[in-house]
Design a protein around this ligand. Structure first.
Ligand code: TYD
Length: 140
């Protein structure tokens, strides 16, 4: 079972020239899981909060492809806030971490690289159930 200290900001690096930047993500090179799904959040209304769930298996890289937003991570014991605003960096969220997403800037795009296909049964959407799951799961 992972905790907050296993969730880190990863430098993806960038190819820079006078015409701008490119950041590349390649399976087995600079991402520690096989990407099975990509999705992105956009047109998030001002003041809207998203997330409010954990996952049993899913791990993710989160990139602020445009603009900024904040991920509040919670492992059932500790909480940590990550402000994302740099497309050359990713937040690595390990499995079993509760997250809330807030403070989306206007026009922001939250790009998510995910280790598994979408499966509603992988979600824990109830916080009390989440805490029970954490209590019942041994630390690795
Ligand atoms: P959810 O993951 O709860 O969004 P967020 O964490 O950003 O608040 O997903 C919102 C809705 O979208 C939910 O009804 C499930 C659906 N959805 C899919 O159908 N496929 C997907 O890959 C994702 C991420 C969500």
């Amino acid at each position: 079972m992972y905790n907050i200290s296993d969730c880190t900001i990863v430098d993806l690096s960038k190819v820079h020239n006078e015409a701008g930047n490119i950041t590349v993500l390649e399976n087995n090179i600079n991402i520690p899981f096989k990407i099975k799904r990509i999705y992105y959040l956009y047109d998030v209304p001002m003041g809207a909060d998203r997330g409010g769930h954990g996952h049993y298996e899913l791990q993710q890289y989160i990139v602020a492809a445009s603009g900024s937003f904040t991920f509040l991570l919670d492992d059932g014991v500790n909480k940590k806030s990550f402000f994302l605003n740099d497309p050359s960096k990713a937040l690595h969220i390990q499995p079993g971490i509760w997250r809330e997403i807030r403070d989306f800037s206007s026009g922001s795009i939250c790009l998510v690289l995910a280790s598994h296909e979408y499966k509603e049964s992988d979600y824990i959407r109830d916080y009390v159930e989440y805490l029970k799951y954490k209590d019942d799961t041994p630390i690795i």
